[in-house]
Design a protein around this ligand. Structure first.
Ligand code: ADP
Ligand code: MG
Ligand code: ZN
Length: 614
């Protein structure tokens, strides 16, 4: 942008220069020789003046120049008012003239000016042609894809079955919006795809468009944030206007976090432009009627930084998790991409999947490509297992840190750790049922996780329930200690959460016999007051000591409880861990079968309140 502006500045300078040259040339063409009056008189006396025209202060005329007698126009400033007698004396024809200023003025001013504007206009036209120009700034950059361009279906997206199932309904709606509006059913206005980078969020959105065969407006969140304040907002408005004309259709905002970052955090004064754009998006989302057939989709890998207003009901009210694929999922994704290359007949995709824990769809697509390149380098006709093994090695070296592809020993520890959480949770009353255990690495801290879902919304928790929760959190470490006789750093988050619960029990809930029903926590301050320096605690040193020992006592007691439990069920622990190592994931049914629990008392679980223990 900046470079371009400099470039056009040179154009303007060049233009001015050309105009000046032209003006000089123009004046030169009409050149009149200016001579002093004395020389005029001399010429007059020599009889070389042919004819003159006299104005009040000038004499113009023609003089014979040199012996050949060429006639040259001349001009002089009139000094002598009695010139006519003199002219008469030398027999020169003369006439009076009223000076016309029109033509010279025209020539010296209007023509250059006109020329200048001509050049300027020409340059502006060219600049406008290159950039979008001022007139179209508010217009949209959204790329509109039609179904034929996309050609992506759900078959091209593999390993994310849960997400696909949720999107099938959206496709149904887009195919026949009138059916839904007849029934008065309400569809979500916004669907937010959440998941780590490269898991196929963008691909899924395109597949929805491809499946339903509707226009697909795609643009990235960062494209809304513009140099000029107010432009992003104009762009949002324009996007929705266009979309409504093309309904049914999909608007897809990729990388929503660039635009939807929580307002008013961080910077003093905030980012005006982004805020305005976000506000406009919220306004538009409230303003459009989902029965009109426009569905807003967005993707992000950082849902935690999104503005809460975006996630409210009536906006992006459906959130779909696009998680890292498990072993089966990876196999399915590999099969999709293997179709594009020539492989040996008996290539085992399952084996490749087993070699690539933690990889996402984009990594696997890359892996297949890499293997194909290696085969070309080796002059092979078909891609075989050795190429894949080499490609995995290459990629893993690069991805190791990024994706935490953990080594086999670490995986074993993680598997036992997670099973430890799950078994303790399932053995104790008052803990949330376990829905899923996974050792697929995710994020930066978590190597695995155990997903628990509360059966009902809870506002009150009993003391025994809190204690059992602490035991569950400590179950991971207890399992490690029991099986390996050693403990790892993997439990630090568990410990922090367990300690938090224990501290709250004592300081806030009055659940310690030694300290009694006294509230020791300081009042929670609001965000702004929190910035003030910490004051002294509201209790004495000795009380502080007592609180610390009470917390420790709770933790130790619950740890022992978890350890004893796991000792009793070590066979289940072993079995579960080996299943996890094999499949990377265990769902609720399998866990219950393992534990010998019947599921008649299980109710439909609510999804939104899942808690994960790492
Ligand atoms: P995201 O938007 O989640 O970061 P993309 O949708 O851009 O990821 O995925 C990048 C590429 O990786 C896709 O174009 C595709 O080739 C491949 N890919 C990712 N996930 C999958 C998947 N689940 N199935 C098949 N291919 C995938
Ligand atoms: Mg993407
Ligand atoms: Zn843990």
């Amino acid at each position: 942008m900046e470079k371009h502006q400099k470039f056009s500045l040179w154009y303007v300078l060049l233009g001015i220069w050309i105009v000046l040259i032209l003006q000089n040339a123009l004046m030169g063409a009409f050149a009149v020789k200016v001579i002093p009056y004395s020389q005029f008189l001399k010429l007059l006396k020599e009889g070389r003046i042919a004819e003159v025209a006299i104005t009040a202060d000038k004499i113009q005329g023609k003089m014979k120049n040199g012996p050949e007698g060429t006639v040259v126009p001349f001009k002089t400033i009139r000094v002598d008012p009695e010139i006519s007698t003199l002219l008469d004396q030398y027999n020169v024809t003369f006439k009076g003239e009223i000076e016309s200023t029109f033509l010279p003025t025209l020539l010296s001013w209007v023509v250059p000016t006109a020329l200048f504007f001509g050049v300027w206009f020409f340059l502006m036209r060219r600049m406008m042609g290159q950039q979008q120009g001022f007139m179209t700034l508010g217009k949209n950059k959204a790329k509109i894809y039609m179904e034929s361009d996309l050609n992506i279906t759900f078959d091209d997206v593999a390993g994310v079955e849960e997400a696909k199932q949720e999107l099938v309904e959206v496709v149904e709606f887009l195919k026949r919006p009138e059916r839904y509006s007849e029934l008065g059913g309400k569809l979500p206005k916004g669907v937010l795809l959440v998941g780590p980078p490269g898991t196929g969020k963008t691909l899924l959105a395109k597949a929805v468009a491809g499946e339903s065969g509707v226009p697909f407006f795609s643009l990235s969140g960062s494209e809304f944030v513009e140099m000029f304040v107010g432009l992003g907002a104009a762009r949002v408005r324009d996007l929705f206007v266009q979309a409504k004309q093309k309904a049914p259709c999909i608007i897809f905002i990729d990388e929503l976090d660039a635009l939807g970052k929580a307002r008013g955090i961080g910077m003093v004064g905030g980012h005006d432009e982004r805020e305005q754009t976000l506000n406009q998006l919220l306004v538009e989302m409230d303003g459009f009627d989902p029965t009109a057939g426009v569905i807003l989709m967005a993707a992000t890998n950082r849902p935690e930084i999104l503005d809460q207003a975006l996630l409210r009901p009536g906006r992006f009210d459906r959130q779909i998790l696009v998680d890292r694929p498990d072993k089966q999922g990876r196999e399915a994704i590999l099969k999709v991409h293997l179709k594009n290359i020539k492989t040996v007949k008996n290539l085992d995709a399952g084996k490749i999947a087993a070699m690539t824990p933690g990889m996402v769809g984009a990594d696997l697509a890359n892996l297949v490509n890499e293997a194909a390149l290696l085969a070309v380098r080796k002059n092979k006709k078909k891609v075989g297992m050795p190429e894949f093994e080499e490609a995995v090695e290459r990629l893993v070296a690069g991805l190791e840190k990024k994706n935490r592809l953990i080594n086999p020993k670490e995986r074993e520890i993680v598997a036992y750790h997670e099973m430890g959480h799950a078994i303790v949770a399932l053995s104790l009353p008052g803990t949330d049922p376990v829905k899923k255990i996974s050792i697929i690495p995710r994020g930066i801290a978590a190597l695995g996780y155990t997903l628990q879902v509360p059966t009902e919304d809870r506002f009150l928790l009993k003391k025994t329930e809190l204690l059992n929760r602490i035991a569950t959190l400590l179950g991971g470490r207890a399992a490690e200690a029991l099986v390996f006789g050693d403990i790892s750093t993997g439990a630090h988050n568990d410990l922090a959460r367990a300690t938090d619960i224990a501290r709250s029990m004592i300081k806030e809930y009055g659940m310690s016999e030694k300290l009694g029903q006294v509230y020791f926590a300081r009042e929670k301050r609001n965000r702004f007051l929190n910035l003030m320096p910490e004051g002294p605690e509201a209790y004495s040193e000795s009380t502080a000591e007592l609180i610390d020992t009470e917390i420790k006592k709770i933790i130790e007691h619950e740890y022992e409880k978890a350890l004893t439990l796991l000792k009793e069920k070590q066979d289940i622990l072993d079995k579960g861990a080996s299943i996890l190592l094999e499949k990377e994931k265990i769902d609720a049914e399998e866990i219950k079968a393992l534990m010998g629990i019947s599921d008649k008392d299980e109710k439909d679980v609510q999804k939104s309140r899942e808690t994960a223990t790492e």
